[in-house]
Design a protein around this ligand. Sequence first.
Ligand code: FE2
Length: 492
Amino acid sequence: MNDEDKKKLIKECLSKGLLFSPELGQKSEEKENIFYFENTKKINLSIQENKESAEIENTEEFLNKDVEILTSYGEKWKKKTIKDFFNHYSSRFKTLSQMLRRREELKGATAIKRISLRNQNESVATIGMVKSKRITKNDHILLVIEDLTGETSVLISKNKNTKEEGKDKSLYEEAKDICLDEVIGVLGNKGESDIIFASGLVWPDLPRGMEFKKSPVEEYAVFIGDTHFGSKHFLHKEFNLFLNWITGKIGSPAQKEMAKKIKYLFLVGDLIEGAGIYPNQEDDLEVKDIYKQYEIFSSFLKKIPESISIIICPGNHDPVRVHEPQPPIPQEYAKDIYALKNTYFVSSPASVRIGKKDNFKGLDVLLYHGYSFPFYADSVESIRQVGGLERVDKILEYLLKRRHFAPQHGSTQFVPDYEEDSLIIKNIPDILVTGHIHRSTTTIYKNITLLNCSCWIGQTEYQEKRGLKPQPAKATVINLKTRETKILSFAK
Ligand SMILES: [Fe+2]
């Protein structure tokens, strides 16, 4: 089996989310052996004489080491029960509370059930998932939080509306932003019966002082999203300019020099416009057939040099389930793109490692299309006040602080398919890239590069109704050696 066939097989595996695939093994020309894949590893099995069992013989990495897929979720079909949802939320609670317990002030956090054993006015620290939140008639904030042992009330007094040194917001202002189902640490004093008068709140957040990793080699990664090919509003001219730049045909001498050093292109979902996504969408379609949409889009990607690895995650316009985690775009729809040697399909969310060298372990990029963002733009007061959807940077910071892409139940659709909640931001990336709301933003939060991608579609009536104000035809470029970020505009 040559390397090309192997690459094709691993793409099939990743698109189906297969961890074990006897069928793929049977395609092997190594007749006496069977193999299966786990992420980028090929596991060779030697078949035992009775042919009913197999032993792991060896494992080997064989995907292009320039792109290592760290996490990508496939589709698992299984009938869901209430127990799956219970397990989903309890595993989320356990993972996030473990993160919180690493914080100095929560090392001795007590289970909620044990708070009742404490004396009145005694100091307490605990961790809980927010069950309810309301404003009392005296304008205080009253939460009910729960863990696996019980529940308790937490009062955040409006008198805590003074900023402490080193804090951006007062405790009361921070508490106003709390959403349901997020997991927080509470510090305070026990009141009469089961209530805590809060003096501090702790979020899982990112630790301080994380390394701002830089590659020893000058290479570039380009990030785009929401191309929406197939729509009448697709920006043909602008996208062509982008392709002309990335293929080294146009640009200033410095931009051409940069283009030569591009090693990675990220496409963060909504590659095509799709069909049947919203009412009367057919009126907005230039290419009505979704197979044709991918076929034509593949002809654009074919122009990109093979030396550039293209990493693709799905969005809500691509033909995969909307429920998160969204599996990679299936091969049957995008077979011409799968056929390209330099494409990698992953889920949303997913994480990949790029730029690995002998003396550098590479940079981790977390991709998430961004379906939950409008909910937080509308419902979190501090984000709404500074511009809502126009401040994706604030939405990203809000979610990173909670270490979850959709902390409140209902803010996105999800499937509890995995043992652990796949929307938890468990491993901290160096770069977080998102899209969906068609606005171009870059910022640094605690040494993480946060970026939201522009789009390649003009404003449709539907988007206008949803309050989307696009900033189209921009590509974000990161120099992996300096971590400097540039936004290049191809707008006409
Ligand atoms: Fe989208």
